[in-house]
Design a protein around this ligand. Structure first.
Ligand code: CAA
Length: 297
């Protein structure tokens, strides 16, 4: 089966990035959001990102227009009915996702592949909201932020995923210009299974006074060649999101390494979510490009 038309559910940070990436790869893309305002906000992000690529000369002005022309926003589920693949990037709430999949299953053509961009929920639990035939066409496609830049996509199979569907999805990942890695439906897949304990340990190191915020970040950035230190990365991913993922992983595996540290919980309770709320391990409110470390202990 050849994928030509791509549906994206959700035009937030991840959904808009996925839609942009698919359109840049030449696919016709329909993005569905709950309201026109949310849709417009997502498209503004896409336009900003395309403008960055055009400024740098990565794409020409003509390509910029063509990519934008392949993207359509909608608030209607019906507009997704004839898509060959639907990539869902809505709120990380299992009930909401299951409800959405149930509706889409009735609406979409039988061949449509369903893919979730979830970072930590079970693909199998979402899949069971759909019919037996669709369950074989249900996978995970986990992208990384910022989607237009990060080269990886995790392609996740369940115990029911049809082999041909899975290979189509792996090939689709390559056509998006990403490097697909194969993973099975175990909570956190490959990246978060390794990344989340590392991020949580960096917070525990801070709590235990091993080093300051800046020193912990510099240690990993300059000592290991990572693009960002772990605490900066936490602010970038969102500390509420990190906390939420850690809770899911801890509940699944009951292992201490996935347990959210008390400092993380308190920061989330206090509304320190990282970049998106203006403050996290760093304060971005004065100069976002040169944030200052917070006094948290
Ligand atoms: N669109 C277009 N261009 C973008 C962009 C976007 N959305 N975001 C960044 N860029 C460009 C910038 O314009 C810049 O271009 P030049 O080098 O040509 O100037 C380039 O990317 C680098 O950006 P910056 O100079 O702003 O900063 P940087 O060098 O630190 O790079 C980064 C930014 C790419 C985000 C880099 O810091 C990085 O790779 N960080 C790690 C990100 C990461 O680990 N992401 C995964 C998080 S985990 C996740 O997403 C999944 C989960 O389940 C939690």
């Amino acid at each position: 089966m050849e994928i030509k038309k791509v549906g994206v559910l959700g035009c937030g940070l991840m959904g808009s990035g996925i839609a942009q990436t698919a359109a840049a790869a030449g696919f016709e893309v329909v993005v569905r959001e709950v309201t026109n305002e949310l849709c417009e906000r997502g498209f503004q992000g896409i336009e900003k990102s395309l403008a960055k690529f055009a400024e740098k000369g990565t794409i020409t002005a003509d390509q910029q227009r063509e990519i934008r022309g392949r993207l359509t926003g909608t608030t209607e589920f019906n507009a997704l009915a004839d898509c060959d693949i639907i990539i869902e990037a809505i709120i990380e709430n299992l009930d909401t996702k299951r409800d959405t999949y149930r509706q889409l299953d009735e609406l979409c053509k039988p061949e449509t592949i369903f893919a979730s961009n979830t970072s930590s929920l079970s693909i199998t639990e979402m899949m069971t909201a759909t019919s037996a035939a669709r369950q074989q066409r249900f996978i995970g496609l986990h992208f990384f932020n910022p989607v237009p830049i990060m080269k990886l996509v995790e392609v996740v199979k369940t115990i029911l995923t049809d082999e041909a569907v899975y290979e189509t999805a792996v090939d689709f990942g390559k056509r998006l210009g990403k490097v697909p890695v194969r993973a099975s439906d175990k909570t956190g897949f490959i990246v978060n299974r390794l990344l989340v304990p590392y991020m949580l340990d960096s917070i525990r190191a801070l709590e235990e006074g091993v080093g300051s915020i800046v020193d912990i970040d510099n240690a990993m950035k300059l000592g290991c060649g990572y693009p960002m230190g772990p605490l900066t990365l936490g602010d970038f991913v969102g500390l509420d999101t990190t906390y939420y993922i850690a809770e899911i992983m801890f509940n699944e595996f009951r292992e201490k390494r996935f347990a959210p540290p008390p400092l993380l919980k308190r920061m989330v309770l206090a509304g320190l979510y990282g970049r998106k709320s203006g403050r996290g391990f760093y304060d971005y409110t004065v100069d976002p490009k040169n944030p200052t470390p917070m006094n948290l202990l």
